[in-house]
Design a protein around this ligand. Structure first.
Ligand code: THU
Length: 127
């Protein structure tokens, strides 16, 4: 699958975003080595701190389906700026490999790609 298709998948995932508090809808699409794509959206809560980002929902969705090997994750929002994963999501993505590509897109579908190891150098691991 090419990267722009993965970005389209992330826009599809964003449709399910539940963001009544921030109004900031985010979608993520995670490409597994198997070729399967897993979607995630942000899910907010009235107890704000319980809200979960789209990227982590996508990772947990994939891992709970038995996937552990990932190639890339695309992240989109309605912003004109590229959507950057937060620190917590960077750590969660890092758990599954340092070469995973992070595709950060704007609301028009333009994107920038970095490896997770560039976005979170010296990540915490038990290795
Ligand atoms: N959010 C994400 O889902 N992913 C990001 O990369 C950045 C932030 C969500 C969390 C919250 O629901 C909303 O965006 C505003 O911070």
């Amino acid at each position: 699958m090419d990267i722009s298709r993965l970005v389209e998948e992330a826009f599809f995932a964003k449709k399910a975003a539940y963001a009544p508090y921030s109004g900031f809808k985010v979608g993520a699409a995670l490409l597994a080595a198997s070729g399967r794509v897993f979607h995630g959206c942000n899910v907010e809560n009235a107890s704000y701190g319980l809200s979960v980002c789209a990227e982590r929902v996508a990772v947990f969705n994939a891992v709970s389906a038995g996937e552990r090997c990932f190639k890339a994750i695309a992240v989109v929002s309605d912003s004109e700026e590229y959507c950057r994963p937060c620190g917590a999501c960077r750590q969660v993505i890092s758990e599954f490999g340092s070469d995973i590509l992070i595709v950060m897109a704007d609301n028009k579908g333009n994107f920038e790609v970095k490896k997770i190891s560039e976005l979170l150098p010296y990540s915490f691991t038990l290795a």
